[in-house]
Each structure stands twice: as C-alpha cells, then as structure tokens.
Design a binder for this molecule. Structure first.
Ligand code: GLN
Length: 214
C-alpha cells in the first residue's frame, strides 16, 4: 500500500519561504504556508526559515502562532529550523535581545551572529557526521548569513554535521543538530541545490499513521 504523503508547513511570516517551498518540491513533498493558527491543522512537519529571529519572535506572538506552535512541538510535531529558525528552537541564546522568545526544544546554546562582523556572510562546507546525511556525497555546501554559532550541545542532541568557514583557521563547529523530531541547521540549505537536509526532514515528517505502521 502506498504511504500517505506528508504535508510540511512553512512558517511564512518573514524570511526565505519560497526557497524552502522549492526545495521540498524537489524532493516531492507538499508544502503549505503557515500564517495563522488554523494553517497548522493537519501538517506533519513545520519549517522555521531564516530571517531575523527577533522579528520572527515578535511576529509569532502578534499572529497568535507562538502558543499553538509550542503546543504542536510539545506533542511531537517534527520541526526544521534554519539559521534564524534554529535560534527559535534553541534552549539558550547568547547575544539575543532580552525580549526575544524561543521554543526551547533543542538543548543547545547558540550565539546570535556568532561568526563576527568579518564573516557576516560566507560560503563554506558542512561535513556529515552521520549516515543520515549521506556522507558518500561529500560535504554539504553551506551558505552562512549572519549565522548563529553553536557553542554548547546537550547530551541528547546529535551533531549531524560540523563545519564553518573554509580556511578561516577556526575549529569546525556543529552546524546541523537533531534531537528527536527537531532538526536544525545554522546555515541555509534551501539556497543551494543539495537536497540532503530536505530529504532527511521529509523522512522525519512522515505522516504519523505511516510511522505507526512501520
Ligand atoms: N542573524 C539572524 C538572527 O539573529 C539570523 C540570520 C539568518 O537567518 N540568515 O536571527
């Protein structure tokens, strides 16, 4: 029997929504824009795209989405945060704004704009540290735009890839993390043609009925 297809919601308050939609289209996953609480009904996963985490935090509140998204995450909704979206998932944020809220479902500490002014934006690579990121395909191209830097990772968090600025002389930092049904990348996988992270999230967001039947 064919499995029911997943629908992934893409938070569409700000940020690179179109690029995530195109990436999921590439891997055969239907998407829906999430702008208000009713848009969350029936989705199997949610993407929190890049943008500006302080603005996203405010817009999540004013749209009435913060509480229902937090409730969905507590109930096991799969979530994928990229860049600012990762900050929204982190339990601890250094150099954030005092009024900025996060969902706190990813046990890590991130430093906002953690790569410093000289490397505001750069392209580098992310080396897979897990078979789930298909290491045979090599490093993932990684575009960092005022990216957060992961500075601590809790014991229940898997580091799926490490990386950073090529040739910048810094030790590689964790750049892709997973904790249960939470996936996060400090860079922007939707801006390059490599679809490994979207494929992985599509597998994490399989409809619950199909997962129960496995
Ligand atoms: N620096 C941004 C923030 O703090 C994130 C940038 C991005 O998502 N490209 O939210």
């Amino acid at each position: 029997m064919r499995e029911p297809a997943a629908t992934v919601g893409v938070l569409a308050l700000q940020g690179d929504v179109l690029e995530h939609e195109a990436a999921f289209d590439d891997v055969g996953v239907r998407t829906r824009r999430v702008r208000r609480p009713s848009d969350l009904e029936g989705i199997d996963g949610l993407v929190l795209p890049g943008g500006e985490s302080t603005t996203l935090s405010m817009l999540l509140e004013s749209s009435g989405l913060f509480a229902p998204v937090a409730g969905g995450l507590a109930a096991g909704l799969a979530v994928f945060g990229t860049c600012a979206g990762m900050i929204l998932l982190a339990r601890r944020v250094v150099d954030g704004r005092p009024d900025q809220r996060t969902f706190g479902v990813l046990d890590c500490t991130v430093r906002r704009n953690g790569y410093g002014p000289q490397r505001n934006s750069f392209e580098g690579g992310a080396d897979p540290a897990s078979d789930d990121l298909e290491p045979a395909l090599g490093a993932l191209p990684a575009v960092f735009i005022r990216a957060p830097k992961v500075i601590t990772v809790g014991p229940d968090v898997e580091v799926l890839a490490t990386g950073g600025a090529d040739g910048a002389g810094e030790p590689p930092a964790p750049v892709v993390l997973r904790q249960g049904r939470v996936l996060a990348a400090t860079f922007h996988p939707e801006l390059t043609p490599d679809r490994r992270l979207h494929r992985l999230f599509a597998a994490m967001a399989r409809p619950r009925a199909a997962q129960a039947g496995r």
